[in-house]
Every structure is written in C-alpha cells, then in structure tokens.
Design a protein around this ligand. Sequence first.
Ligand SMILES: [Zn+2]
Length: 290
Amino acid sequence: MQIKDLFTKKKYATVPSERPSKRDIPEGLMNKCSKCGNIQYSKELEKNLKVCSSCGHHNMLSAWERIAMTLDDGHLTEYDAGMESVDPLNFPGYAGKLEQQKSKTNLRDGVITGEGMIGGFPVVICVMSFDFFTGSMGSVVGERITRAIEAAHAKQLPLLIFSTSSGARMQESILSLMQMAKTSAALSRFQGAGGLYISIFTDPTMGGVSASFASLGDYILAEPGARVGFAGRVVIEQTIRQKLPDNFQTAEFNLQHGQLDKVVHRKDMKATLTKLLDMHCVREGASHGG
Ligand SMILES: [Zn+2]
C-alpha cells in the first residue's frame, strides 16, 4: 500500500470560506443581517423588535408579530377570520399555491383585520403579511380591508392599516384590480364622514396597494428604509433608460418628495400612533363631557 492510497477517498480539500456562510450560523440561534451581514443572537434581535442593532435595518414582521407589538396586550378581536380565497378564474396552479401558502404561514390570506386598543384608544386595524403570497391583494384581502373600513365607519373608530405588498394578485386578474377601487371608495365614504385613517407603509409596499388605500391616509407614516412605489426600480430604469438614485423609492426618498408625513422607527411606532390618536380621539372609558 502506497502512502497516497490513504487519501484516495477524500478527493477534495475543504477550504473554509472567509465570510461565514449560512451553514456556520446555528439555525435559529443566530441571525445574519441581510443588509450589513452583522451576526446577532436571534433572541437579541427579537428583543430589538427585529431591527438590526448594527445598521438599523428593519426586518420584515409577520402580521401576528406586528399585532403583538402594536396593540395593547397584543389583543385583537379578529374580523372575518374564516374568509378564504376561492379560485374564481380556475387559474392554472392557483388552488395548489393557495394551499401551500396557508400551510406555510398558518394564515388564510395576506391580511388580518379586527379591533383592539392602542394606548387605551379603541381602533380598527388591518395588518398585511408579506409571507402570505407576497402580501398580494386578491379578493379576500380587498374584501377584508373594505369590511374593516366599513366597521370603523359604523362604530366611529379610527382606522389603521399597516401595508406590505407586492401589488395585485395576478391569479385573480381583474377581480384583484377591482379591489383598488373598492377599498378606495369605502375609504372615501369613511373619510367623508369624518373618520380618521392612519396608513403605515412597511417594507415593501408596491403596485396596486401603494396605488390605492395605502396612499390615502390622513396621516401616512413609514418604517425606515421601507420601499414604497408602484413599478419596481428595474422596470423604471429600463423604461426611461436612466440610472435612478440609490435611495429611490425608500421611505426617506418619499418623505423628501412629499409622499409621506413621517418616517418612524419601529421602537417609536406605538408611541407615535398613540400621540396621533390622542389628538383626535377619546380614550375608552374617559368622560366625553367638558
Ligand atoms: Zn444590519
């Protein structure tokens, strides 16, 4: 036996890469920031409301995570929890994809709606979830939001919508697009009757959602760095054949251009909402008299 035979089984040497790959980070224990690469304990990140302690990147939240950190005691009385999308156009593959999304997220569609309290003020709240079908707006998202607007109208409560969406749900075609008009019309009736609507853009809010209810708030807030726009930057760059600024379509860019009222860090969001509600509303249980 020759000495080289000892090594015949191992054909390739393993060279450790300079940067830690995903495999080097124990699953679930550590988290690597997608923006700056900073590695942080998952527990620390959770404590930090999923904001990177190094670069301030606001990681996406699921609808339920957002509700837990926004509503008093995280308590929501949910509306229309059983409403589900059907496949109205028999779009190839859609029914199967819906099932996949449901089992992946434990949600029935891309928005949760209901009633809760913020800083002691009763509100109607809608929270979109990007993890369900990229937060796309189909009939169920539009219908749940419209019903929430109508509930706020009937009960004379303020309305809050946290948006995140890739836009219309293509598999529902025109039925998806008509949700833009439906939600906008309901908002127009609500706001015409004096209702207060606070819209909060979170990353990303694009397409038909940014072009309908998300842009119609009496107050429009956004989380830092949230991408907000209609078409994506690549499509625009290819169409106009120009390079766009690096911060194009970020919340900060939109603030500079008058599309937003304020960019609010996640840790300050609840206090900011409470302040706005306090300016316009009466706390539950408070005396309405002089
Ligand atoms: Zn970071």
